[in-house]
Design a protein around this ligand. Structure first.
Ligand code: SF4
Ligand code: SF4
Length: 115
């Protein structure tokens, strides 16, 4: 599953540079599929296609947030989720809405990094 940031976040920013997939963004900031990945365009579940460098609406305006579609729980890079490891208030937790197997997470990593 992906990791999510709860509303206990104190916006310290410690997690953002640790993410190997650039899946973490500051609240209110737009995000992109292409940031930190090799993606050039992405087909969404509804069949539409977006350019990877096209800015996307922030997931949260108040707190740092994780783009679930880019989070691999750090699989393929690290032993454990790095955001959770550095967060001083332990607010990076499992997201029950995004449950993925280890194989699925590794496939996501390969897809994003063109491996
Ligand atoms: S678990 Fe890893 S990949 Fe997912 S948001 Fe945290 S640092 Fe990024
Ligand atoms: S490290 Fe934790 S408290 Fe700091 S910005 Fe990230 S989620 Fe929020």
């Amino acid at each position: 599953m992906a990791i999510m940031i709860t509303d206990e976040c104190i916006n310290c920013g410690a997690c953002e540079p640790e993410c190997p997939n650039t899946a973490i963004y500051e609240g209110g900031m737009e995000w992109t599929w292409g940031g930190g990945t090799e993606l050039t365009e992405v087909e969404l579940e509804d069949g539409s296609v977006v350019e990877a460098n096209e800015p996307q609406e922030p997931v949260s305006d108040e707190f740092y947030y994780i783009v679930s579609g880019k989070c691999t729980e750090c699989m393929g890079f690290h032993e454990e989720p790095q955001c959770a490891a550095v967060c001083p208030v332990d607010c990076c937790v499992d997201d029950p809405d995004y449950r993925e197997s280890e194989d699925e997470l590794l496939a996501k990593k390969s897809w994003m990094h063109n491996e």
